[in-house]
Design a protein around this ligand. Structure first.
Ligand code: ATP
Ligand code: NCN
Length: 213
């Protein structure tokens, strides 16, 4: 099974790397594809897609089981995960299984995605709790709760099927967000240690990203 961790990554941070590592160890993933969203249609990224891609590449330089996949940056159309999974299935073959790795905030947003039920059939979903976004099932919207109740499964269920299952992974909380990092950079706060890989911080400083206009 291959993990798929998509994100705006504006910028990428240690929380994203922790997710990839935790999901890999819990699900015994062959690798994790880190996929920066080129044109995230629900967001307005501050940094360009090329800068976000470059920062992702710098972040994983020392991470043997994580690969950056540039397909969403190269695609020049609004970024739909459905398209990405269909392309991945076409290039890896029909017997390769994939697991989307989502934080709990992104998981709550799933029903707004393009053809989200088709997305759920093309891959498994692993959801990792995020500080401030608890996951009690009774707080899910009805469509998400219905999908969860029908699809919630064990690790071995995921490992023995190609897609369509959901699982919650109990990652130790990582209280980091890109918003917090952008805020600290814009206000020259000296509080970035331990939040993002040093080569990414170096790139941000060299290219004057996230400064206030
Ligand atoms: N600290 C974290 N713990 C768990 N999941 C996270 C964490 N940070 C990000 N994620 C998840 O990583 C994926 C990509 O997130 P994204 O690139 O939007 O980062 P972000 O920190 O949420 O950014 P922003 O603050 O700009 O919203 C999403 O599934 C999100 O839920
Ligand atoms: O497919 C969609 O319509 C869709 C809508 C919103 C978000 N996504 C994906 O969800 C992932 C997390 O997005 P975000 O906004 O939390 O960085 C990322 O891979 C996005 O491309 C996908």
């Amino acid at each position: 099974m291959i993990g798929v961790l998509g994100g705006t990554f504006d910028p990428i941070h240690d929380g994203h790397l922790a997710m990839a590592q935790f999901a890999r160890s819990q699900l015994d993933l062959a690798k994790v594809l880190l996929i920066p969203a080129g044109f995230p249609w629900q967001r307005e990224p501050r940094a360009s897609a090329e800068d976000r891609l470059r920062m992702a590449e710098l972040a994983i330089a020392q991470q043997p089981f994580i690969e950056v996949d540039a397909r969403e940056v190269r695609r020049h159309t609004p970024t739909y995960t459905l398209d990405t999974l269909e392309e991945l299935r076409a290039s890896y073959g029909s017997d390769q299984s994939f697991c989307l790795i989502l934080g709990s905030d992104a998981f709550f947003n799933l029903p707004t995605w393009k053809e989200w039920m088709r997305v759920l059939d093309l891959a498994h979903v692993a959801v990792l709790c995020r500080p401030g976004f608890d996951l009690p099932v009774e707080h899910f919207t009805p469509p998400l709760r219905e999908a969860w109740n029908a699809r919630q499964s064990s690790v071995s269920d995921l490992q023995n099927s190609l897609g369509g299952r959901m699982i919650r992974l109990e990652m130790p909380p990582v209280p980091i967000s890109s918003t917090q990092i952008r805020h600290a950079l814009a206000h020259s706060l000296p509080s970035l240690e331990g939040l993002l890989p040093p080569p990414v911080l170096n790139y941000i400083e060299t290219h004057h990203l996230y400064r206030l206009p």
